[in-house]
Design a protein around this ligand. Structure first.
Ligand SMILES: [Zn+2]
Length: 282
């Protein structure tokens, strides 16, 4: 069963996200647990959680993911930023656990200052993740998302993700693969059947496809290897509808949750039209 969904806004309460998801036909969702642009975290109150749980029970939504704030950087050598990032991920993972979400997706970070070694930066990231997992027990996954690369980013290549994955050594560490970031980072030149096969063969070989928890399905406004992270509506960017059709034929990933983070045709986020376009690919 294919599970297509979207990032939805929870402005006005968590249950509002469910209403929005139902309205656009999403079967899986991603939300921000608290503000994505602030270090301070506001935990949802019990009433809000109850309303949300009730709404989700009545819906056909099968999985929920949280997305961490963009401020997080586990690769940095600046202790203050690193510690704040760990604390922030702990808070957001707590929220994910509170609302029974599958996991928390985050961008690993950058090498900062940039002259420091990549290997050591990856080690910092792994150390930070271990601490987060230690502080929040349970089953909730901690999910690394591949980035578009550039400006000393870590976690854009399969090698980087595999290195961190192996260092943390936890069954709760998973990967989210973003289709636009993979193209922008230079991991895949086009979503043609042989290159799709090659990408997931490499993923399977270095990490294992059972650890690919979820896909971010976005077209890309910028070309292959641009290192410029800009999402585009399905079929309107450098991946194209044909690319997503090819991806839908890849049996190893077609049953994972597919989550849209596109601008939307009315510029208010993922919409019904993008979901329908994706459905037409299967
Ligand atoms: Zn993404």
């Amino acid at each position: 069963m294919v599970s297509i969904g979207a990032h939805v806004s929870v402005a006005g309460g968590l249950y509002k996200g469910i209403e929005k998801a139902v309205a656009i036909g999403a079967h899986t969702i991603q939300i921000f647990g608290s503000s994505p642009r602030q270090w301070t975290t506001r935990f949802p109150d019990q009433h809000s959680i109850d309303l949300y749980k009730d709404a989700i029970k009545k819906s056909k939504i099968t999985s929920v993911y949280l997305h961490a704030p963009y401020l997080v950087n586990l690769g940095t050598f600046k202790d203050d930023h690193w510690n704040k990032s760990i604390k922030n991920l702990i808070d957001h993972l707590q929220i994910a656990k509170l609302i029974n979400a599958n996991g928390l997706i985050f961008h690993v970070g950058t090498i900062s200052p940039p002259e420091k070694s990549r290997t050591l930066s990856l080690e910092r990231a792994a150390l930070g993740m271990k601490e987060v997992l230690k502080q929040v027990k349970g089953k909730t996954q901690l999910i690394m998302e591949n980035s578009a690369g550039g400006s000393n980013k870590i976690g854009y290549s399969i090698e980087d993700l595999a290195a961190i994955f192996k260092k943390v050594k936890s069954s709760r560490v998973k990967i989210c693969l973003d289709t636009a970031h993979a193209l922008e980072a230079g991991l895949i030149e086009s979503y043609s059947p042989p290159l799709i096969k090659k990408l997931f063969d490499e993923f399977d070989d270095k990490i294992g496809l059972e650890h690919l928890s979820v896909l971010h399905i976005n077209d890309s406004k910028t070309p292959y290897n641009s290192h410029h992270d800009l999402h585009e509506n399905i079929g309107k960017g450098h991946i194209g509808l044909e690319g997503f059709k090819n991806l839908a034929r890849e049996k190893r990933v077609r049953n994972k949750p597919w989550i849209l983070e596109v601008p939307g045709f009315d510029h208010v986020g993922p919409d019904k039209k993008n979901i329908e376009l994706l459905n037409s690919c299967f």
